[in-house]
Design a protein around this ligand. Structure first.
Ligand code: SAM
Length: 289
C-alpha cells in the first residue's frame, strides 16, 4: 500500500497501469467535477475525497474505456467522473452503466444518481449488484466498486465482476483502507486470488484499491479461492519508483489482524426480482461494438 501525496500516488498508479504519469497528473488536476457537482454544489459526503475523484477521473481518462461499470451509484459522483472523462474533446466518448440496489437515498426523496447530468452517457440500473452481474453479458474496460464494503459482498462482487472485465481491464474499489471497514475490502478481493495495489492520499481516510487484469488473458490464480479467512499482508508494498516512502498505514495492518465478525447466517435466497432498467441516458454498448 502506498500512502503519499496525490501526485506521488498518481505516479505510482501510472506505473501500475502502464500509463503516462505526466498525463495522469495533468488529468487529475483538470478533473472538472472533483470539487463540485455538475450543478455547481459541493459533493455530499460518502462520495470520496476530492483527491479520489481526481484519481478516478484521471484513470478513466487515461484508459479511455468504451464501456465502464459503476457499482454503487448513490449520488453519482463516481459515475460522473468516469463518464465525464470520456467526453473530453479529442477522446472517443464511452458509456457507463451504474448499478444501485436502491431507487432513493436512504429512504429520502432524493433519487440515486441525482447529480448525473443528462448530457453524460450513464445508464442507471436499479438492481442488486450480484444479481445484475450474474445476468450481465457486457464486458467492461473499467469497473468501479463502491457498495457496502463487507468482506462477503466484496468477494462475491469480485468473483462475478472479474469475468466481466476485458483483458487489461481495471477494477477499482473505494474505501479499501477506511478504518470503519476493517480491511474487509482488501480481504474480500484477496479471497478471489488476486492482489490489488492500495493507495491512500495523505489526509484522506478512504483509500482506493486498484487491480488490472493481465493483458495476456491469463488470470493468475483466478479460479483459486485462497481462503475465506481474513489475511494479514506479510509486508506492505511500497510503490513509487524506489523512493523511501514512509511505512504505510500500520494501523490498517493491525486492524487486518483482528478476528473478523462471525458471518451472518442467511436464509436460502428466494427468487430475486429481475433488474429494473430505470432510465437510459445515451445508448449503452457492448464492449465489442
Ligand atoms: C458509498 S455509496 C456509493 C457512492 C457513489 N459511488 C458516489 O460516488 O456517489 C454506496 C451505494 O452502494 C449501494 N449498494 C450497497 N450494496 C449494494 C449492492 N449489493 N448492489 C448494488 N448497490 C449496492 C447503496 O445503495 C449506496 O447507494
Amino acid at each position: 500500500m502506498l500512502k503519499a501525496s496525490l501526485n506521488r500516488v498518481l505516479t505510482a498508479i501510472a506505473k501500475q497501469l502502464s500509463l503516462s504519469p505526466e498525463n495522469l497528473i495533468q488529468y487529475a488536476h483538470e478533473a472538472p467535477y472533483a470539487k463540485v457537482t455538475p450543478a455547481g454544489r459541493t459533493w455530499p459526503s460518502g462520495t470520496g475525497s476530492i483527491s479520489e475523484k481526481r484519481i478516478l477521473y484521471a484513470i478513466a481518462r487515461g484508459l479511455n474505456p468504451t464501456l465502464s461499470l459503476d457499482i454503487g451509484t448513490r449520488w453519482g459522483a463516481s459515475a460522473v467522473q468516469i463518464a465525464n472523462s470520456t467526453v473530453y474533446p479529442g477522446i472517443q466518448p464511452g458509456s457507463v452503466i451504474s448499478v444501485d440496489v436502491e431507487t432513493h437515498m436512504y429512504g429520502s426523496k432524493q433519487p440515486v444518481g441525482k447529480f448525473i447530468p443528462d448530457t453524460l452517457k450513464v445508464e442507471l440500473v436499479i438492481s442488486d449488484a450480484m444479481l445484475y452481474l450474474k445476468m450481465d453479458t457486457n464486458m467492461y474496460e473499467l469497473i468501479y466498486e463502491d457498495t457496502d464494503h463487507t468482506f462477503e459482498s466484496t468477494e462475491e462482487i469480485y468473483k462475478l465482476a472479474l469475468d466481466r472485465l476485458v483483458d487489461g481491464g481495471v477494477i477499482i474499489s473505494h474505501d479499501a483502507c477506511h478504518p470503519k471497514f476493517k480491511g474487509a475490502v482488501v480481504a474480500g478481493i484477496r479471497a478471489c486470488g488476486i492482489e490489488p495495489q492500495v493507495y491512500l492520499v495523505e489526509g484522506d481516510s478512504c483509500g482506493l484499491s486498484i487491480w488490472q487484469k493481465p493483458k495476456n488473458g491469463e488470470l493468475k490464480n483466478a479460479s483459486v479461492i485462497v481462503s475465506h479467512k481474513w489475511e494479514v499482508p506479510e509486508e506492505a508494498t511500497v510503490l513509487g519508483g524506489g523512493e523511501n516512502v514512509p511505512s504505510v498505514f500500520p494501523e490498517l495492518l493491525n486492524i487486518l489482524s483482528e478476528e473478523p465478525p462471525a458471518p451472518e447466517t442467511r436464509e436460502e435466497d428466494t427468487e430475486p426480482p429481475a433488474p429494473k432498467r430505470k432510465k437510459r441516458k445515451g445508448k449503452s454498448r457492448k464492449a465489442n461494438d
